[in-house]
Design a protein around this ligand. Structure first.
Ligand code: 13P
Length: 287
């Protein structure tokens, strides 16, 4: 069932668990995430970066694939199709293409411009029954060409953006896209507490879910995070399983080179990673 992320995140915030956003890259990724959500009876958010959207032949192709797959796989758990770190133009293109949710990342603009653009997109998404995520502060590192310095969010600015009527808010709290460096000091729970104090019932979003220790994830959920984004970890498990298959020479045995066989271990590895995250985030049986 393709839905906006509003209801699933409102329930998550009230129930003190988090819904995972898993970024998709192709058919195998999408199928793996959808099937795991169904098996775990968990709501799920499919994240699509602008780069991944381009790679998959545009947002219209992605929306058509996801809708058809939900139907043909018999997926009944709530699924949101969400633009990840969208530009203003990308957000409009996804609204047009039939996504059910967008993120407008205006964090690199001065706060007044972030507010102005977010406000305009809030009005459009509200009319269409879609959900919208905004960002304050920035996520460190790089994801698909989106680079952030990792500045922590200013809680007062978070409140200004939350008051615009966004569905969920990503606040930079020292989180980083990709692998965390060995000297990473950890999440800034003091910043998260201050953001939570000013934004109340607003579902907060934790980007950079890969590599954050389980105890920090649990504490972040306790302090008001209800959506957690995971991208790199599925890529790493897919790559490791594919490497093991090839290094064992399995692609050279019989018809092991058949893409449906070659990609199968990576597909299963994504499923395993998604399942582990859903268990950790507490979203199993919350569909
Ligand atoms: P990771 O790649 O670090 O898991 O981050 C994902 C993310 O935040 C998507 O926006």
């Amino acid at each position: 069932m393709l839905v906006s992320a509003k209801e699933m995140l409102t329930k998550a915030k009230a129930g003190h668990y988090a819904v995972g956003q898993f970024n998709i890259n192709n058919l195998e990724w999408t199928k793996a995430v959808l099937l795991t959500a169904q098996e775990c009876n968990s709501p799920v958010i499919l994240g699509v970066s602008e780069g991944a959207g381009k790679y998959m032949c545009g947002f219209k192709t992605v929306a058509a694939m996801v809708k058809a797959m939900i139907d043909s796989l018999g997926i009944t758990v709530p699924v949101a199709l969400h633009l990840d770190h969208g530009t203003y133009e990308g957000a409009k293109a996804c609204i047009e293409a039939g996504f059910s949710s967008i993120m407008f990342d205006g964090s690199h603009y001065p706060i007044d411009e972030n507010i102005e653009k977010t406000k305009e997109l809030v009005a459009i998404t509200r009319d269409k029954g879609m959900s919208i995520e905004a960002e304050v502060g920035s996520i460190g590192g790089e994801e698909d060409g989106v680079v952030g310095m990792g500045e922590c969010a200013d809680p007062k600015e978070c409140k200004m953006i939350a008051d615009l009527g966004v569905t969920m808010l990503a606040a930079g709290i020292g989180n980083i896209h990709g692998k965390y460096p060995a000297n990473w000091p950890g999440l800034r729970f003091d910043v998260l507490e201050n953001v939570q104090a000013l934004t109340g019932a607003m579902p907060l979003v934790l980007h950079g879910g890969t590599g954050i220790p389980d105890d920090m994830i649990k504490k972040a959920i306790d302090l008001g995070v209800s959506k957690i984004n995971v991208n790199t970890e599925c890529q790493l498990s897919f790559a490791a399983a594919t490497r093991a298959y090839i290094e064992a020479g399995k692609d050279l045995q019989g018809k092991g080179f058949d893409p449906r066989k070659l990609l199968a271990p990576g597909f299963e590895a994504i499923k395993q990673t998604v399942k582990e995250k859903m268990e950790l985030f507490g979203s199993v049986n919350k569909a």
